[in-house]
Write a protein that binds this ligand. Structure first.
Ligand SMILES: [Zn+2]
Length: 228
């Protein structure tokens, strides 16, 4: 059962097409997994469509999801490969069992990143960064080993994330598959994956995290941040 959802303003920003691409990808994945938010999104979308039909000057953009999928299609692909269909997109996730049963938007994003690979950040954490054709957010998948504890950290910018598989807990609650997570500067937390399975998340961050305490003094200058 999904317990954590984006707030109404964020959903409205997403539905109106005014949310940046990085957070929009996280929102699209959550909306595909969450029947409640999907229903609200469709209501907002019909309202936006009705407003558009009444006023040509109205800045709202109907069908934010379709626009986002089109923008994924337009991501420059250094191999010149085109993703023509949903089956092409799902093929892109078949090679890696970590990506079983992903929301459609993320299958398509992975298909645009055929060279994606996992990098070990520590024994507890692996990261797979993906290109999304924008320059403000670092967008990536994170895999936290079952039972692993990440260092306590703060955020220097906004973080949007959705849990895709497994679960973790932190100072703010317990997050399972489909749950939406938002963290802003000053929200210190220490995620701990549950013991039963690895936890897979997808996130967009506007700045690198800052590890708290003395170890942060040593490690924070080394933490990379690669928006794209
Ligand atoms: Zn929701």
């Amino acid at each position: 059962m999904i317990r954590h959802h984006p707030d109404k303003n964020l959903l409205l920003e997403y539905a109106s097409g005014s949310l940046a691409r990085g957070p929009s990808l996280v929102m699209a994945a959550h909306v595909q997994m969450c029947p409640d938010c999907r229903s609200q999104y469709h209501t907002l979308n019909s309202l936006g469509g009705a407003l558009l039909s009444q006023s040509p000057a109205q800045p709202l953009q109907a069908n934010a999801f379709e626009c986002l999928m089109t923008r994924i299609d337009q991501i420059p692909d250094k191999n010149g490969r085109q993703v023509k269909s949903d089956s092409d997109a799902s093929q892109a996730t078949k090679k890696d069992p970590a990506f079983d049963n992903l929301p459609r938007v993320l299958c398509k994003l992975l298909a645009k990143n055929p060279a994606h690979s996992w990098k070990n950040v520590s024994r507890a954490l692996q990261v797979c960064r993906v290109r999304t054709g924008q320059g403000d957010y670092e967008v990536s998948f994170h895999r936290l080993r079952s039972g692993a504890k990440l260092p306590e950290h703060d955020h220097r910018g906004q973080e949007f994330a959705v849990v895709l598989n497994g679960s973790f807990s932190d100072h703010y609650g317990i997050y399972g598959a489909g749950d939406f997570v938002f963290r802003g500067p000053g929200q210190i937390h220490r995620p701990i994956a549950t013991q039963d399975k690895d936890c897979l998340c997808f996130s967009a961050v506007a700045a690198p995290v800052a590890i708290t305490g003395i170890s942060g003094l040593l490690l924070n200058p080394l933490i990379p941040f690669r928006p794209g």
